[in-house]
Design a protein around this ligand. Structure first.
Ligand code: NAP
Ligand code: F7E
Length: 346
């Protein structure tokens, strides 16, 4: 029987890659989309099929992690074999501005979803597996390298909320013997990464500076070090975790860390530019409490189900720069067409 999956956070970076992966494996994919006054489905438009078409395997439902009634309804309608909870207010700096909403969607939202699943399993007797999107931010100030045994030391409302979600998930595994796995994923990026995360902010700027659309790039702490991988590789680990014999907690990382400064070297260098001429420091991008150094040890995931990263740092940066150089050229072309349209209408 083909499987069915429910993805909360399907419109995000990871949701889009995971949907592609599951559709390619023959799954029917249900996704939860938030109601928004503007379109928020840009990352999944290429796999979306109109509801009037027959044989669709991607189905979208309105819902929100802050609304348990809606989540319950989506679960009953979609009847999934696997649930992937990727939904979150996922920006660390924003979580200092909106801590309460971050806790509500990330921590309590996970609890709501787990409890909907509990009722669903108990009244249907079905087996449902649950993936929780945990984060290396949970390690925060803990000394690198970090693995599954490293104690959490969260440094932001986002990270504290992810720690709570991690423990809710673990508690549902132990209390009810459910198949619930926590992925502890280190930073993963792609051309679909949100534009306010540092990697994409940099590669977008490289493209726009090259195209003459931007003069400066304002950043915060350039000394922070991160273990950056490719999102396409990391969604495979999520899926593998739910196919494994036993549920558990697994670190997913590359085992290499680079500073923001090194990311700048690589990204601007690839475009033939010197970042020192364009980058300025703006203190508004500093965080009240920073996470200095994240470096993951993914050996448990490798041993348990054979996952390993495929995309090295350099290739990742180049992929993102190439994509954003192209995007900026399209942006410039469209701006030119609009300007020409305005001139000819006068
Ligand atoms: P992302 O691009 O920010 O996507 C987040 C998704 O969650 C979007 O679909 C968003 O919807 C949705 N969402 C936000 N608030 C919601 C709410 N209240 N109810 C339902 N959905 C909501 O994040 P990502 O990079 O794909 O990451 C996926 C998950 O992994 C997140 O939980 C993130 O915290 C976690 N994570 C990410 C990384 C990383 O490096 N990328 C590392 C570790 C963990 P809209 O499109 O409408 O905003
Ligand atoms: O920051 C520094 C910043 O926002 C990385 C999320 O996906 O990964 C992500 O969280 C570093 C930090 O990612 C700017 O201070 C400097 O040290 O790209 P980021 P993050 O905070 O690591 C984890 C694993 C998640 O789970 C999260 O959901 O870069 N930095 N200057 C800057 N960061 C930003 N955003 N903007 C700057 O201008």
């Amino acid at each position: 029987m083909p499987k069915s999956a429910l993805i909360i956070g399907i419109t995000g970076q990871d949701g889009s890659y995971l949907s592609e992966l599951l559709l390619a494996k023959g799954y029917t994919v249900h996704g939860v989309v938030r109601r928004s006054s503007s379109f928020n489905t840009a990352r999944i438009n290429h796999i979306y099929a109109d509801p009037h078409e027959s044989g669709r395997r991607l189905l979208l439902h309105y819902g929100d992690l802050t609304d348990s009634t809606g989540l319950r309804r989506v679960l009953e309608v979609s009847v999934p074999d696997e649930i992937y909870n990727l939904g979150a207010q996922s920006h660390v700096k924003v979580s200092f501005e909106n801590p309460e909403y971050t806790a509500d969607s990330v921590a309590v939202g996970t609890l709501r979803l787990l409890d909907c699943m509990r009722d669903h399993i108990q009244h249907t007797g079905r087996n449902v597996r649950f993936y929780q999107a945990g984060s290396s931010e949970m390690f925060g100030a803990a000394k690198p390298p970090q693995n599954e045994e490293t104690p959490f030391y969260p440094r932001s409302p986002y990270a504290v909320s992810k720690v709570a979600a991690h423990w809710y998930a673990l508690n549902y595994r132990e209390a009810y013997n459910f198949f619930v796995s926590n992925g502890i994923l280190f930073n993963h990026e792609s051309p679909r990464r949100g534009e306010t995360f540092v990697t994409r902010k940099i590669t977008r700027a490289v493209g726009r500076i090259k195209a003459g659309l931007q003069k400066k790039l304002y950043l915060g702490n350039l000394d922070a070090r991160r273990d950056w991988g490719f999102a396409g590789d990391y969604v495979e680990a999520m899926w593998m975790m739910l196919q494994h014999d036993e549920p558990g907690d697994f670190v997913v990382a590359t085992g290499e860390a680079y500073s923001v400064r090194q990311f700048l070297d690589e990204a601007f260098g690839h475009a033939g530019l010197d970042w020192n001429q364009y980058v300025e420091i703006d203190p508004q991008y500093f965080r009240p409490t920073e996470v200095d150094y994240l470096l993951g040890d993914p050996s448990k995931a490798r041993k348990a189900f054979g996952w390993k990263p495929r995309t090295p740092f350099r290739e990742l940066v180049r992929m993102m720069v190439d994509s954003d150089v192209q995007l900026a050229l399209e942006e410039k072309y469209m701006a030119g067409r609009t300007a020409a349209g305005v001139a000819s209408s006068r």
